[in-house]
Design a protein. Structure first.
Length: 430
């Protein structure tokens, strides 16, 4: 949910506001997350043009008016004589985009008063600004509206009540589940999955290839489930959307006991200080012994296993949802190192190594065994132990976390082959 933004505000929601203003044709200056004079002037001009009080503050009514430029679509109430062609001209989009967004409407039999979803002429998912939970919400809403064959749902909530969003598309018995951002400072994986979802949906809708393969063929017989942001509270802390107040002070107090970990850049845990990728019931006791020996015996910015497996609401929600989906393959996106981890203990799921080598060829990433000190209680570990099916941790990109938005293009290029081939990998291995 977008909060009140005023002159002097800062953070990723201000970047999102600045981006929306620019998309709407009002120049806020640099999209830098600082609510400065240029941003205020652009906002006042937008408000005046949309019959709002031009007070230069982005509150609920202003955010509602800006929502088409957050989500990438608007809902138009049809007037007498209006056609898809006229709507396409008015909004700068295409007839085909409108048809795809409104599969139940007959363009030759339109009546006044009906609502038409109109995609706007830009990609929904921004990849050059910092992530936050509000961005995830508007992106999921926009993708689902523009491509109605994409379903959106909430599978649970975070500690602070932020929804854990899921996007799904395709059908058939081959189910695959991709997740990202168990770790807060690995947030660049969130736009990675969101952009992939948008590009896959667009290519499938328009009959186009994605990554050299026909997108409709990728989804033929495969149901894809994406959890783009497992740890929304932690992401908001790292990127600055949580930067004051009691929640921030509580996190700061946790971090103070671990001065060697930079704050908030080094924060991986959920907002309560539990590492969500050390929460799964696969060697959790071993993980606790290892991490306690390293000094992580209490809530921490990283590596604290919690007081019991699945004690964090985020990991419990992902666990329950995975059981409900029962996927044939999972990808868990982390950063960094350019590495693909595929094993848990001596489990050797059928076809798993072959698929990992295929991923390696597509990305240039190395296939490696998980280091012992990191080899327990992760999502991948639990999935392999439970199902004896291929599950992977992908350590995308290279550098120091959190990786900057400027690395996104290279990370996406490296991982597109993994993301596309993962849709059919288990079909090919049978």
């Amino acid at each position: 949910m977008m909060r009140l933004l005023v002159y002097g505000s800062h953070g990723p929601q201000v970047q999102l506001l600045q981006l929306a203003l620019r998309r709407a044709g009002y120049e806020p200056g640099a999209v830098n997350g600082v609510f400065d004079t240029r941003t205020e002037e652009a906002l006042r001009a937008f408000q005046a043009a949309h019959d709002l009080s031009a007070d230069g503050a982005a509150g609920e009514q202003t955010h509602t008016a800006l929502r088409p430029w957050y989500t990438g679509y608007t809902v138009h109430t049809l007037r007498s004589g209006e056609t898809f062609y006229r709507l396409a001209v008015r909004y700068g989009t295409t007839i085909r985009a409108i048809e795809i967004a409104n599969p139940a409407l007959d363009p030759l039999n339109l009546t006044s008063g009906i609502s038409v979803t109109v995609p706007l002429p830009f990609a929904v998912v921004p990849t050059d600004i910092a992530c936050c939970s509000a961005l995830v919400e508007v992106c999921c809403a926009g993708i689902a509206a523009r491509y109605p064959f994409v379903s959106q749902q909430e599978i649970g909530q975070s500690v602070l009540g932020r929804p854990l969003h899921c996007l799904s598309m395709g059908g058939g018995t081959n189910r695959v589940l991709y997740n990202a951002a168990h770790h807060a400072n690995e947030w660049i994986t969130v736009p990675l999955l969101l952009r992939f979802a948008e590009e896959l949906a667009h290519a499938a809708a328009f009959g186009l290839p994605l990554g050299g393969t026909d997108a409709r063929a990728l989804l033929d017989g495969t149901a894809l489930f994406l959890l783009p942001c497992v740890n929304p509270d932690g992401v908001d802390l790292v990127t600055g959307d949580i930067s004051a107040g009691t929640v921030y002070e509580s996190a700061l107090e946790i971090a103070a006991a671990f001065p060697d970990i930079s704050f908030p850049a080094g924060w991986k845990a959920n907002i309560s200080g539990t590492d969500l990728n050390l929460q799964y019931p696969a060697g959790w006791t071993e993980a606790r012994e290892i991490k306690f020996a390293q000094g992580y015996t209490r809530p921490a910015p990283r590596d604290y296993v919690g007081n019991a497996p699945l004690s964090a609401p985020e990991s419990r929600a992902v666990y329950d949802y995975t059981l409900s989906v029962s996927p044939a393959l999972t990808l868990s996106y982390h950063t960094q190192g350019g590495v693909i981890y595929w094993q848990y203990l001596d489990f050797d799921p059928p076809g798993a190594l072959e698929i990992a080598e295929r991923f390696s060829a597509a990305s240039g990433y190395l296939v490696e065994a998980t280091p012992y000190v990191s080899g327990f209680a992760g999502y991948k570990d639990w999935f392999i132990q439970t199902y004896d099916r291929p599950g992977y941790t992908i350590e995308a990109g290279r550098g120091e976390n959190p990786l900057p938005p400027g690395d996104f293009a290279s990370i996406y290029a490296e991982n597109l082959g993994i993301l596309t081939s993962g849709l059919t990998a288990t079909r090919q291995s049978r």
